[in-house]
Structures are given as C-alpha cells and as structure tokens.
Design a protein around this ligand. Structure first.
Ligand SMILES: C[S@@+](CC[C@H](N)C(=O)[O-])C[C@H]1O[C@@H](n2cnc3c(N)ncnc32)[C@H](O)[C@@H]1O
Length: 186
C-alpha cells in the first residue's frame, strides 16, 4: 500500500526538478563525480524525473549500471522518454516501488537519496532496507532541502540512520541543502 499519499512531490512539479536553473545551482556532475566510479552499481532512490539518474549513468560508464527507483510511475515515464534510443537505455533499470519497500534485490555500491527522505513516512524501515541493499564498502549520499527540513529534523533522520547501523560524516557542500555521507558501521 502507498502510505505516502499527500507527502510526495507530484509528477506535475517534475519541471521544477529538472531545468537549466537547477543545473546551474546544483551541477549533477560536480556533485556526484567524487562518489561514482566506472563499473559500479549505483541506486537512485526517489529518482523523480531523472535529474541525477542520467549523470549517474554517464559516470558508471558502459560497464556499470544504475537503478532508478520511484513511487510514481509518471516520474519513471519521464526518464524512460529521456533515455529512449540513447546509450543509457541499457544502463539504467527503472523500478516502481511501493511506499513501504524499495524492493530491489541486489546489493549496490552507491545510493543517492536526494530531496526524498523527508517524504518517507517510516524512516526506520527505510534505512534498515538501505543498509541491507548497500555493499559493506558502499556509501550513501543523503541530501535534504533547507526549508521543508529543519536542522532538528535532519539530525533526527541521521539518528534513525545510525539505529539502522550507519555511521555518518559531513557531506559535500551543496547549495540550498543539508547533506551527509552514510557508511555501514563496523
Ligand atoms: C522532491 S522529488 C526529488 C527527485 C530527485 N531525487 C531530484 O532530486 O530531482 C522526491 C521523489 O521521491 C519520490 N519518493 C517519495 N517517497 C519515496 C519512497 N518511499 N520510495 C521511492 N521514491 C519515493 C517521489 O515520488 C519523488 O519523485
């Protein structure tokens, strides 16, 4: 069951997530290049219309793969249209998930959670699933927006991630954002 109704960014707002102004403020290549190497498997949870997903596919190269996951079929359809008949078509797998489960079977090297965790109602279950999906050496980049997510709410999210077995460290500087890097604890 989708328990997120009313909390998620609607498909009608996809244009505000992928446009030239955002590209100037939050350059996907600059943000992601330090975390994504050729050949890895990268997961974009809450990928929306694919602002970061396509750059992830560029960075993993022809030997890597990207899994884009979203609750909303309409968001995935926007990515499908963008990659049709491009080199990314075979590199990006798209998966529609349910609100209470990401539902990806394989373990991945890198997870991107960009502007989506505040939309997840049960963060305990969510981070437990992310911990299961991440390879022992993998990393998670979590980025939350400044206005909907207070400092206290972001710290609470990081505590929830800790309970799921993650340690966290300072993330990169990204305009208009709160960030952290999660790695599995020992
Ligand atoms: C604000 S948008 C951000 C999209 C993209 N990450 C970006 O930064 O452009 C949040 C997206 O997360 C998706 N979402 C929300 N909760 C989710 C969940 N539990 N699992 C997967 N996707 C989710 C929404 O459908 C929406 O497309």
């Amino acid at each position: 069951m989708n328990t997120n109704r009313g909390r998620v960014c609607p498909v009608e707002r996809a244009g505000s997530l992928d446009n030239v102004f955002r590209r100037l403020l939050q350059n996907p290549l600059k943000i992601l290049a330090p975390y994504i190497q050729e050949g890895i498997v990268a997961l974009d949870v809450g990928c929306g219309p694919g602002f970061f997903t396509l750059t992830m596919a560029q960075l993993v190269g022809s030997t890597g793969r990207v899994i884009g996951v979203d609750l909303q079929e309409g968001m995935l359809e926007k990515i499908r249209r963008k990659i049709r008949e491009t080199e990314f078509e075979n590199r990006i797998a798209l998966h529609k998930c349910e609100g209470n489960s990401i539902g990806v079977a394989e373990q991945v090297d890198f997870v991107l959670l960009f502007y989506m965790v505040h939309e997840v109602p049960n963060k305990d279950e969510f981070f437990t699933e992310i911990a299961r999906l991440l390879k022992p050496t993998g990393k998670v980049l979590i980025v939350e927006p400044p206005f909907h997510v207070s400092k206290a709410a972001f710290e609470s999210t990081l505590r929830t991630a800790e309970k799921a077995g993650f340690k966290h460290s300072r993330g990169p500087r990204i305009l208009l954002s709160k960030t952290s890097i999660l790695q599995r604890g020992q």
